[in-house]
Each structure stands twice: as structure tokens, then as C-alpha cells.
Design a protein around this ligand. Structure first.
Ligand SMILES: [Ca+2]
Length: 159
């Protein structure tokens, strides 16, 4: 079953509503939403400093997707800034998080999209990638993150 990127084409951290992008830190011009703007070559999320951090996406109240896949897309350069060791987590209250996938030693080639799949049938309104190491650079950066759910049967509206 092929998945679909369920994130919106974000134009700010809070648009289009009700989607919200946020991060552990973000520089001016490299805010969280730029990892969800569907453009990998220019817009990118970057922390203010350091090699660790998290990037979070909220689908809005009641909009719980049962994601079983996410994809990270690299730019043409600065590949050493991308996540090497990280977890992918889901939540429905932005407080209690469930680790859905754990990766170590990941590397990227220029403009590559890497797909990470895992087993999950629970719907979550919040997802985040929590990065604990990058490859060699001094600052963490994610050009594009897609949060995928199955093309059918993946949506759970908790009312
Ligand atoms: Ca982007």
C-alpha cells in the first residue's frame, strides 16, 4: 500500500490552519515550516546552533493520522548537517510521546530522499523527529520532512 504525504504545503509555522510546525529552535529564515513547504532545494529548517534538536508537526485537533512512513529529503549540498541518529515519535497531547522508529548511522547523498517505514496503526495528531546526532557539521538542518500515511484507511478522527 503506497503512502501519501499528509503534511500541508506550509506557508508559515501556523498556515494553512489547523496545521502547526514547530521546532526546538529555529533561525530567522530557517523556521520549522520550511521543512514542510515541499521545496527541498531552498527552504530548510535549521537550529540556531548545535547538532541536536527536534522538529514537530501538528495536524490539528481530531486530525489523527496513523503514519507508518516518513521521508527526509536532502539539498544538493551541506549534507553533513542532516540527521544521522534520530527517533520518530507520535503523540496525541504534545506531552506523552511514543517512539515509533529509531535510526542510527544514516547518511545522505545530494538531493536524495530517504524513506523510513515502520509498523504503526495508531492515529496521532502530533509527530516529531528528535535528532541526537548529525554526520559531521556543526549545525542540524532538515530541508524537507514528509509524514506519510496509507492512501486509504489511515485517517482516524477522534471526536
Ligand atoms: Ca523545504
Amino acid at each position: 500500500m503506497s503512502g501519501i504525504d499528509r503534511t500541508a504545503d506550509m506557508t508559515s509555522n501556523t498556515a494553512p490552519s489547523p496545521n502547526v510546525a514547530s521546532a526546538s529552535s529555529e533561525d530567522v529564515g530557517t523556521e520549522a515550516w520550511l521543512a514542510f513547504d515541499k521545496v527541498s532545494g531552498v527552504g530548510t529548517w535549521k537550529v540556531t546552533s548545535g547538532t541536536t534538536g527536534w522538529l514537530k508537526y501538528y495536524f490539528g485537533s481530531g486530525n489523527a493520522w496513523a503514519s507508518n512512513e516518513y521521508r527526509i529529503t536532502a539539498k544538493a549540498g551541506e549534507l553533513d548537517r542532516l540527521p544521522k541518529d534520530f527517533t520518530f515519535q507520535g503523540s496525541n497531547n504534545d506531552s506523552t510521546w511514543t517512539t515509533l522508529d529509531t535510526r542510527t548511522g544514516i547518511t545522505f547523498s545530494a538531493s536524495e530522499t530517504k524513506t523510513f517505514t515502520f509498523t504503526n496503526i495508531t492515529g496521532y495528531t502530533y509527530y516529531k523527529i528528535d535528532v541526537t546526532a548529525i554526520n559531521a557539521g556543526v549545525v542540524l538542518e532538515i530541508p524537507e520532512l514528509g509524514i506519510y500515511a496509507p492512501s486509504s484507511g489511515g485517517f482516524f478522527a477522534y471526536l
